[in-house]
Design a protein around this ligand. Sequence first.
Ligand SMILES: CC(C)(COP(=O)(O)OP(=O)(O)OC[C@H]1O[C@@H](n2cnc3c(N)ncnc32)[C@H](O)[C@@H]1OP(=O)(O)O)[C@@H](O)C(=O)NCCC(=O)NCCS
Length: 224
Amino acid sequence: MVAPFDSVTTAHTKIRLPTAGDAAFVTAIENDADLKRFVGGPSGKSEECYRKSLGKPRDLWCLIVESLDWGVQIGRCGLMTPLTSDECEVHVILAKHHCGHGIGTEVALKLREIAEARFPNRFLTAKAHPENAPSLAIIAKLGFSADGTVISDSYDHGWLRFRRSLAPNHLILVRWKKPLAICHETTRHNPQQRLLCVFHQLQVLHFPVRFCAVDHGRADEWGF
Ligand SMILES: CC(C)(COP(=O)(O)OP(=O)(O)OC[C@H]1O[C@@H](n2cnc3c(N)ncnc32)[C@H](O)[C@@H]1OP(=O)(O)O)[C@@H](O)C(=O)NCCC(=O)NCCS
């Protein structure tokens, strides 16, 4: 089931749910050996196969990117949110002649925004072939941390993994009897980084500190 999602726009694109009518376009990009060089190679799937799956979208895994200037499809993108994990994987593939004009960056930033609004309890993830330079350049702009490499028996074995929280950008208040320090939300899901941040602020190693999230307004109230 897809939660209501009509479409969103970026400066140059409209991102929308697919329809069976997009099958020919998706088949073409999914079977373009050049384009899929660093993304698992051609899928080998037929237009009929894509027509069936695109006609009944179940989540946001495959969205169509349309050019606002020409009103035609120029790529596909999506957010994969498996039931079996707390991840939300972002991906973008553009038709060849639309690559290299900043569209991939624009679409990826919008997908991050959608993910933050819809899946705040998940982690945004991305993976890329180590030689996929444009993909890695976009990943660098999305605020990810490196998360090792993919270990799998599939095409993505050895790819670089990236991960970041989708939680709102809160500050963390550190309390010991009274509010003592704050650190930034981005350290929240990284225990080692979080502890270092606290130790840095408290200059001790054995405080029984407590963490709670506060928004920026409350932190100001407490005089930090
Ligand atoms: C990856 C992809 C989506 C990037 O989209 P794009 O519109 O081409 O990328 P942009 O124009 O926004 O450029 C993004 C960055 O990559 C860099 N870049 C673009 N093409 C490049 C190339 N051929 N070699 C090296 N860097 C390149 C740009 O300079 C830019 O970095 P900068 O802003 O630091 O200068 C697109 O190239 C694509 O669809 N590739 C094939 C499929 C794929 O690999 N998808 C990724 C799977 S998630």
